[in-house]
Design a protein around this ligand. Structure first.
Ligand code: DLL
Length: 435
């Protein structure tokens, strides 16, 4: 363990969280007019907040609040103390902007070092970092983490797939950091280029995150590269990657001495008990430039508080099922893209490359899944394809309770992404048809 706090008794951890939470609440109340106004409106003074249990009395913060105070309106420090600015792409409207002091950069390095040490990454390791560098937090977050543990970092960023493979082989990369979809793309291109993935590469661990990945996709990556799959979770508003990290036992541990998690009912805002599914909310308790109170992530998950075989006592979150705003409602039935992916990857003959196309036929929603078959099934001809298609449609109906039209497409015809994969085409939206 990089930091023994990860395995500390819960009382010790909660004492530390409570102290840090009180400091953070004081800080935002006195330094950010937005928080002071919100607290005053509901009659809360910093002195009311004594323990982690009191968190539930504080108001939520949303992405819209960050946008409304674009760019630096929620910062608690003058700009001469800000040493880094990142921002999320934001497909609509203004981007969300986040800032870090030198102290915040130290926290970020520390949580990323904790992530890397889940697989004892350190001196002698060559970390091939294919997360995008730039305003996106993935590239630089992993870069600092790998440096902090003393590994050699190859800052390759996204794109240039063939060159990346050359570097991975020639530099002897032992660790791969990328989105799961890009890691799959790397494996595909490597095979096409005639590499023997297990012989030519020495990747022992992969740190994959920034988007959901089904067990099927994870297994495809384990099989292709022969690596241990470590999940990375985070979001720019909280710090970037480094909010939670998977351990070798497959549990995703939240670094809750810095980021206190809650799960709430998306509609009522009520805090849900451990074990129940809802929206993940975080309060940062050590951030200086942009502390954030009860930030609604829109990520849907479940929390568990029990010690893990790896020795950690910090809270475990289940892998994110999807985002509240990515949930598709198809003729009244709720479906997450990850559930579709799960069904696809259960069957032989298909690859985890797919897109979901939503359309409307009359008043009814129509959901179509385009999925690439593998080379073998494609070569097997029309009979095999027809039976695979029928099987897939049946499985979708059994698992998701909706009629899905499956369209099998040739291998390597769907667009590949160099970062986060785009899985949904919503034609209802484009034509103003969305209900
Ligand atoms: O994606 C930070 C990151 C970079 C995490 C690299 C892990 C690895 P944002 O661009 O702000 O930050 O996007 C945050 O991505 O709210 C989730 O919806 C999604 N996300 C991140 N990690 C996972 C994951 C980075 N492991 C948003 N599983 C989050 C599923 C994830 N979704």
């Amino acid at each position: 363990m990089w930091n023994p706090i990860e395995g500390a008794p819960r009382e010790e951890l909660e004492k530390l969280q409570a102290k840090r939470l009180r400091d953070t609440v004081e800080r935002v109340y006195h330094l950010v007019p937005f928080y002071r106004k919100k607290f005053d409106e509901i009659g809360i003074k910093p002195a009311h907040i004594k323990s982690v249990g009191d968190l539930k009395d504080l108001p939520f913060t949303t992405k819209q609040d960050l946008r409304d105070h674009y760019p630096f309106g929620l910062f608690t420090v003058p700009m001469d103390q800000v040493v880094r600015i990142h921002s999320s792409s934001g497909t609509t409207g203004k981007p969300t902007v986040v800032g870090y002091t030198a102290y915040d950069m130290g926290v970020w390095k520390e949580v990323m070092a904790r992530t890397m040490s889940m697989m004892n990454v350190g001196p002698g390791d060559v970390v091939h970092n294919a997360y995008g560098y730039g305003l996106f937090t993935g590239g630089l977050g992993f870069h600092y983490g790998a440096e902090e543990v003393g590994a050699a970092v190859v800052p390759s960023s996204g794109g240039f797939t063939k060159r990346q493979l050359l570097l991975m082989k020639d530099f002897g990369a032992t660790v791969l950091c990328s989105t799961p979809s890009f890691a799959l793309h790397l494996a595909e291109v490597a095979r096409d280029e005639g590499y023997d993935l297990k012989k030519d590469f020495k990747i022992r661990a992969g740190f994959f995150g920034a988007e959901p990945a089904s067990e099927g996709l994870r297994n495809a990556l384990r099989d292709a590269w022969g690596l241990v799959y470590i999940e990375a979770y985070g979001l720019s508003e909280i710090i970037g990657p480094g909010v939670a990290s998977g351990c070798p036992y497959g549990n995703l541990h939240i670094f809750e001495d810095h980021f206190i998690p809650e799960v709430i009912d998306t509609d009522t805002g009520e805090v849900l008990p451990d074990g129940e599914e809802g929206e993940l909310v975080f309060t940062t308790v050590t951030k200086q430039a942009l502390p954030i109170i009860r930030y609604r992530t829109k990520d849907i998950t479940v929390l568990h508080r029990q010690p893990c075989k790896c020795g950690r006592t910090i809270t475990i979150m289940e892998s994110v099922k999807g985002r509240a705003d990515d949930m598709l409602i198809v003729n009244g039935v709720n479906v997450f893209p990850s559930q579709v992916e799960h069904v696809l990857t259960k069957l032989e003959g298909v690859t985890p490359n797919y897109v979901i196309v939503l359309d409307k036929k009359g008043v009814l929603d129509k959901l179509e899944v385009w999925v690439e078959v593998d080379d073998r099934t494609f070569a097997d001809g029309i009979g095999a394809l027809e039976s695979l298609k029928t099987k897939l449609q049946q499985e979708m109906l059994n698992d998701l309770y909706i009629n899905v039209r499956v369209k099998l497409v040739e291998p390597k015809t769907l667009e590949r992404s160099m970062g986060k994969a785009k899985r949904i085409i919503d034609k209802r939206e484009a034509e103003g048809l969305k209900s």
